[in-house]
Write a protein that binds this ligand. Structure first.
Ligand code: EPU
Length: 337
């Protein structure tokens, strides 16, 4: 275990807003937390992964912890599938590309999502027709309060849209150390998301391979989403709200072009980016913060923003969307006040 006192994490975060951590623990698989039960527990650190999906509103945090191991191994394989275990500190996109290059398929639609393997199950990352839960077999964890180890099956994790049980308050002491994925040796490319379909039509590609999918998604994301290394951001700031069919029908009367995604017979998901865009807030600037001009669901650190600037902008957006559409947007980004 490494312990940093007075650690500046600003440049590692998605938003690149100032954040200073008084005590920062970095653990790996050789760390036996039961050796330090009181030491770690007494500081009650926040588990922050690589901090890419956090908005730090206050500029100081008492304590944080992250898991740093990043090895990858094959646990078992058959003719058609492999079970691959990755340590939680591995960069997600590097893992996707390494698997693709090893001809192990199934997660290519999730290329270029920022963050680590350990963060992926927490918010069940998803994009372009896939969610990581589709390929998770189990999640290995460590209690930073007691040092006990647990293995949760996919069912135990209770995955849903951008959610899992790791987001619950009772799991705030549970550090993910490894994730087991099931990947296919056979390609089943998923190319039916509108942006992806459009990309292949424009390129004249009829039967894209999984490699083509990754290439398409990298290009689409680079075009729409700002690179956090250049403009601080954490991808989608809000979740797409899931509303009842009645609410959806009422909105459709007023906005016949309202896009939507089918969820089930009773509910529909509406793109929050469309709601924000329709409210005239795309490209809007508030102090140092802004709404991205190519994707209104992304808030950016446009000019030396503080965490507070971005937070205040998010409250202003929530308020306007509530007033105009009667929908309260939930944040997708983790906010530490
Ligand atoms: N739209 C607008 N204006 C905008 C943004 C979007 O009208 O400024 C409309 C688009 O035209 C489209 C719809 O809203 O009809 C959906 O937009 P998009 O395809 O860009 O996807 P999204 O719903 O805004 C979600 C995920 C993204 C993921 C994409 C692609 C959430 C919260 N976000 O965004 O995930 O990459 O779909 O699958 O579910 C992330 O989680 O950080 C993230 C980037």
């Amino acid at each position: 275990m490494t312990e940093h006192i007075h650690h500046d994490l600003t440049l590692s975060t998605g938003f690149k807003t100032p954040i200073h951590i008084e005590r920062y623990f970095i653990v790996d698989e050789h760390t036996d937390c039961s050796l330090y039960p009181d030491h770690i527990a007494k500081h009650n650190p926040h588990i922050i992964g690589d901090a890419t999906n956090y908005l730090f509103v206050s500029e100081a945090l008492r304590s944080a912890i992250t898991y740093s191991g990043n090895s990858v191994s094959i646990v078992s394989e058959t003719e058609t599938h492999a079970i691959v275990r990755s340590e939680a500190g591995k960069n997600w996109h590097d893992f996707v590309m390494e698997m693709l290059n090893a001809n192990l398929f199934g997660i290519e639609n999730l290329a270029l999502i920022p963050g680590t393997i350990g963060a992926a199950p927490v918010q069940n990352i998803g994009a372009y027709g896939k969610e990581v839960a589709d390929n998770i077999i189990s999640v290995h964890c460590l209690s930073i309060a007691t040092g006990e180890k647990y293995v949760f099956s996919k069912e135990d994790c209770q995955f849903s849209y951008r959610n899992s049980k790791f987001k619950r308050h009772q799991f705030s002491n549970i550090l993910i150390t490894h994730v087991d994925f099931i990947l296919s040796k056979i390609q089943y490319p998923i190319a039916n998301y509108p942006d992806v379909e459009r990309y292949f039509t424009e390129k004249g590609i009829v039967n894209p391979s999984s490699h083509d999918i990754a290439e398409a998604i990298i290009a689409i994301r680079r075009n729409k989403l700002p690179d956090p290394l250049t403009i601080g951001n954490a991808g989608s700031f809000f979740k797409n709200p899931v509303v009842s069919i009645d609410v959806y029908q009422a909105l459709l009367q007023e906005y016949p072009l309202l896009p939507s995604y089918h969820v089930d017979d009773h509910t529909v998901k509406i793109p929050a980016g469309w709601l924000i865009d329709k409210s005239g807030l795309k490209g809007y600037r508030y102090k140092g913060a802004g709404v991205h001009d190519k994707q209104a669901l992304v808030l950016v650190n446009s000019h030396n923003a503080s965490g507070k600037d971005i937070y205040e902008l998010s409250l202003l957006i929530q308020q306007q969307i509530l007033e105009r559409f009667g929908i309260m947007l939930e944040t997708e980004v983790n906010i530490l006040l």
